[in-house]
Design a binder for this molecule. Sequence first.
Ligand code: ADP
Ligand code: MG
Length: 348
Amino acid sequence: MRSHVISTKNAVKTIDPLVVKNLKVWFPIKSGVIQKTIGHVKAVDGVSFSVKKNETLGVVGESGSGKTTLARAILRLVKPTAGEVRFDGINIPKANRQQMKTLRQKVQIIFQDPYASLDPRQTVSSLLREAMHIHGVVKSKSEATEKSLKLLRKVGLDEEHLYRFPHEFSGGQRQRIAVARALVANAEFLILDEPTSFLDVSVQASVLNLLKDLQKDLNLTYMFITHNLAVVHHMSNRVAVMYLGKIVELADKNTIYRNPKHPYTFQLMAAIPVPNPEAKKKEILLEGDVPSPINIPLGCRFHPRCKYAKEKCRKVEPNLVEKDGHFVACHSEIDFSAEMRTGESADG
Ligand SMILES: Nc1ncnc2c1ncn2[C@@H]1O[C@H](COP(=O)(O)OP(=O)(O)O)[C@@H](O)[C@H]1O
Ligand SMILES: [Mg+2]
């Protein structure tokens, strides 16, 4: 395993592979004939976190909280408005062509919908070969076929699948193909954006377990985005909770589930149904709509939905403050642990 190390006079410090600082992605809203900018959709609005080598950082939040935009901004698929994204120390928004080329090999994204991400006119063989060609990782067609076979077996498919088209596969198999393609060029870091939420509950688990096995096998680091609290619990080492473009709480998984300090996290955790094998959905269902990222409330952006909100919360935006690896952005930091113990309901 490679580690990225800087030495200073007195200490040797390992750099986390991904470090994000105060990242903002604001989409302009234009109006009129001259397309004047009249406001912004603040999809990501000042996000800071890092992902450690070989961990899975879960990112959870309601639909519209900015998770996909965050993923796209990390990979420079959308232009950040401000902030830094460092991978192996390189600031991605400012990276040059050569640095971007390396980065596109090392950091891969898996999207929610494998129908949309796989070209329907290409066989598995041809789409894997194309990916290998883009990254310049094989020299001949036979080498490509050999490597494709190895990759297919790694993701639980086989030779018989090599010359089929995407529509000939089930949803779970298609997502396996997307994973194989992400791994053609020695990827180190996968951003998984709701990779199983299009799949039947019955096949979700097998794809999630495959991802876990691959992580161990290949020393991968994951950023795992989901709105499903049971899935994030199953997959993550640490969990970041996003609300309206910001991280409101980040801690290791057990702390988030047993000792949340942010009222939003507490509400999310309390919304997980009691363990019930019949329960199909463990999604986030809170009262009240997520306010629009066009009109973000003043002060703490969660205050209109927070029953603990006080005067300060309406005026001053809380910073994300760390104590022993537990980051919270809340003026109150209430201790919910007693309530959580009675409701130990997340599966794992
Ligand atoms: N290209 C875009 N232009 C304008 N608004 C966008 C664009 N992409 C996303 N948004 C808005 O940004 C917010 C966050 O979206 P998204 O990142 O997809 O959230 P999530 O993945 O958490 O559901 C939403 O309000 C969405 O409508
Ligand atoms: Mg999304």
